[in-house]
Ligand binder design. Structure first.
Ligand code: SAM
Length: 365
């Protein structure tokens, strides 16, 4: 059934690099709304060993699903070369994602190559990774030794039956918790734990998750179920607004708002009043944060996307593989960011209803 493959493949027509004056890599790159380029998320694989029902549902991502062939993926050298150019444009934080990034063979090597890059000011790059945690117990130490700074682990429930149902491959909670412990032991703490909250599916897991991680030093972030991609059957009714999550937790474990760590922070921070830690809420649906968005996203095969909800990307791989120096790449990235004017979450429903968006598993979280 070809319908199954459409959501991702269909969205891959490359956009044209905007023309106009050349944009120097001087670290002050701003888009049409004055938003600077600070973060780069790099998807290193479009494959995942989970089939989370809201992200890579089995009915779509089944045996017939065509993943990218290996030759299409950016090599580690290509990723590192691009990362260097992005850093010249002001990027200070890089997050590896996917698919499941720990499935990419030799990922530690890529971490090592990226960790060797310094920021424009000569400081240490904030190099992090988002994972489902399934391979983390095995890999945490090597990743930390390779230079990873931190790690974010996705965990949607603490109750084993609920979690197994959601990942849809019968994967146990205990193994993810072991991965979180291994990450902390390897020095990748504090671990951020991301929980996507879906109405009627795992909302009853909010309190157990908060209780479990309170006092652990790890930070649970409750994420509103977003309308990413076209394959997860998103409905507004399935979204549990962050304010409801905060109200619930606050009723049992009193909270107070905390200042953002930096401008443009995605999660809104809340502290337990008794000093036992903090939580975060990510409210992309009910409180769009486009105005502070400093993120660019690189897909597994080298397409540059300016928004999680974009319908198209720019083909940087072609520029990489054509003969040419980094100046050309820098110029293209500069022009693209300079012309950026998207604010999908703020416009949601208005201008974008019916658009064929890229899948989360293709571009990463
Ligand atoms: N495999 C890795 C993982 O599980 O963290 C990285 C990729 S995964 C696509 C990144 C994050 O996106 C996960 O935390 C996942 O729960 C989240 N995610 C996927 N689909 C989502 C959606 N529709 N709304 C909100 N978050 C979503």
């Amino acid at each position: 059934m070809t319908d199954r493959i459409i959501p991702v493949v269909d969205a891959r027509a490359a956009l044209r690099v905007p023309s106009g004056p050349s944009v120097a890599a001087d670290g002050l790159l701003a888009d049409r709304f004055g938003r600077q380029l600070r973060d780069l998320r790099i998807s290193v694989t479009d494959r995942c060993n989970f089939r989370c029902t809201y992200c890579m549902p089995k009915e779509v991502f089944d045996r017939e699903y065509r993943y990218l062939p290996h030759a299409e993926l950016l090599t580690f050298e290509e990723i590192t070369r691009l990362a260097r150019v992005f850093i010249d444009h002001g990027v200070e934080k890089i997050r590896l994602t996917g698919g499941e990034p720990l499935l990419r063979k030799g990922i530690e090597k890529l971490v090592e190559m990226l960790a060797a890059l310094a920021t424009r000011e000569g400081g240490r790059l904030d190099l992090t990774l988002t994972t489902n945690g399934s391979l983390l117990a095995r890999k945490a130490r090597a990743l930390a030794q390779a230079g990873l700074t931190r790690v974010t682990v996705s965990l949607d429930a603490l109750e084993d039956a609920v979690f197994r149902r959601m990942n849809d491959v019968d994967f146990p909670v205990a193994d993810v918790l072991a991965g979180i412990d291994a990450a902390a032991a390897a020095g990748l703490a504090p671990v951020k734990v991301n929980m996507v909250v879906k109405r009627g599916v795992n909302e009853q897991q909010v309190l157990p998750m908060a209780r479990h991680f309170r006092g652990s030093g790890h930070i649970v972030r409750f994420i509103e179920f977003m309308d990413v991609g076209s394959s997860n059957g998103w409905r507004l009714d399935d979204v549990v607004p962050s304010r409801e999550v905060v109200r619930h937790i606050d009723a049992e474990m009193p909270l107070e708002p905390a200042e953002p760590n930096y401008s443009g922070e995605v999660a809104e921070r809340w502290r337990y009043r008794d000093g036992s830690g903090e939580i975060g809420v990510i409210s992309s649906v009910t409180q769009a944060f486009c105005r502070d968005c400093t993120r660019a996203r690189l897909s597994t095969e080298g397409r540059l996307y300016l928004c999680l909800f974009a319908t198209g990307g720019y083909d940087l791989r072609r520029l990489l593989r054509e003969r040419g120096d980094d100046g050309r790449l820098a110029d293209a990235i500069g022009r693209i960011w300079h012309a950026r004017g998207d604010r999908y979450s703020e416009l949601r429903g208005e201008a974008t209803a019916g658009a064929r968006k890229i899948e989360m598993s293709y571009i990463g979280g």
